[in-house]
Write a protein that binds this ligand. Structure first.
Ligand code: AMP
Length: 123
């Protein structure tokens, strides 16, 4: 899938749509999810134009990949989630139920996350 420059996170990165930023560096922006699913719900995104994890891991530099992971851990620590625990979710493509076509990691905490996935028939 090619990158759509009009996706909502591209607009946030260009400053065309406001966001509630919790962290920013050269490669990464993180902000509060607009529809939080837990008391803490942060989205961590690369500043580069990557559709999803497949695109990112195939094309991003080592520096960008490291930056996303380092930032995610730091954000969770800084928000006090490291001790109580948290869940990181990354939805990819249709089966992953990805809604916004710019790679993002969800960091969810502040309450138990519950079971990992709903059970579905293996088919
Ligand atoms: P996903 O289903 O993994 O693609 O998640 C997309 C997430 O983006 C959802 O949790 C939305 O609530 C969130 N979202 C959509 N628009 C915005 C926005 N303008 N600011 C912050 N979060 C947003």
């Amino acid at each position: 899938m090619s990158y759509d420059n009009d996706n909502i996170f591209a607009k946030i990165l260009r400053g065309e749509i406001p966001n509630n930023t919790v962290y920013e560096d050269e490669h990464v922006l993180a902000f509060h999810d607009i529809t939080p699913q837990r008391p803490v719900h942060i989205l961590v995104i690369p500043k580069g134009a990557y559709v999803n994890m497949d695109d990112f891991t195939a094309k991003a530099s080592d520096e960008e990949v490291i930056a996303l992971m380092r930032a995610s851990g730091k954000i969770a620590r800084d928000l006090g989630l490291a001790e109580t625990g948290y869940r990181v979710i990354n939805n990819n493509g249709d089966d992953g139920h990805q809604e916004v076509q710019h790679l993002h990691l969800h960091i969810l905490g502040g309450a138990p996350a519950g079971p990992m996935l709903k059970k579905v028939s293996a088919g």
